[in-house]
Write a protein that binds this ligand. Structure first.
Ligand SMILES: C[S@@+](CC[C@H](N)C(=O)[O-])C[C@H]1O[C@@H](n2cnc3c(N)ncnc32)[C@H](O)[C@@H]1O
Length: 159
């Protein structure tokens, strides 16, 4: 998976618009989901936020202006390069920190954040590996309070 995201950084965001090979029959659904998630995130992110597995920082456009600070973490150098371009375009440099690393290993500190975004990651974590549970443990560890939790999957919101 890691090499996939290194290679796909330039075209990764296409699926949000319903384009690209991976989308297939869901081409019409993705833009609808993208709009709904943007709406959800427009009210997200007061205080200090950590965006784990941020990829290209696609959602930063929606929530970045709400935050005091944003820490963006991803393992893929190519994705973070795109993310940095977005940060510059949005003029958010003063409050953004970009970290390349594994979200399960990067030392971010306990209760260091007011909110955490974990976008479109869970489906990539093998259920049997225990990483899905571990990812929630990371969210709980790094945030001062993670409730009410808002989780967005491809087409489902859990509040
Ligand atoms: C489907 S993309 C989602 C990107 C972004 N959160 C979004 O919603 O557009 C998944 C991202 O998770 C990153 N990723 C997967 N496992 C990771 C890990 N253990 N540590 C850091 N990043 C990881 C990948 O590099 C990729 O950029």
């Amino acid at each position: 998976m890691f090499s996939y995201y290194e290679a796909q950084a330039d075209s990764y965001e296409d699926f949000y618009e319903g384009r690209g090979q991976a989308v297939g029959a869901l081409a019409r659904e993705y833009p609808v989901d993208t709009k709904a998630i943007s709406s959800l995130l427009s009210g997200f992110g007061r205080g200090n936020v950590v965006d784990l597995a941020c990829g290209t920082g696609f959602w930063l456009t929606t929530y970045g202006g709400n935050c005091t600070s944003v820490t963006l973490v991803d393992q893929a150098d190519a994705a973070l390069t795109k993310c940095k371009q977005r940060v510059d375009k949005l003029r958010l440099q003063a409050k953004v920190r970009l970290i390349q690393g594994d979200i399960f290993e990067v030392p971010l500190g306990q209760a260091a954040y007011d909110a955490c975004l974990l976008g479109f990651l869970l489906s990539h974590l093998p259920e049997r590996s225990g990483q899905r549970t571990s990812s929630f443990e990371r969210v709980r560890f790094h945030t001062r309070s993670c409730w009410p939790a808002r989780l967005a999957t491809r087409s489902t919101f859990i509040r």
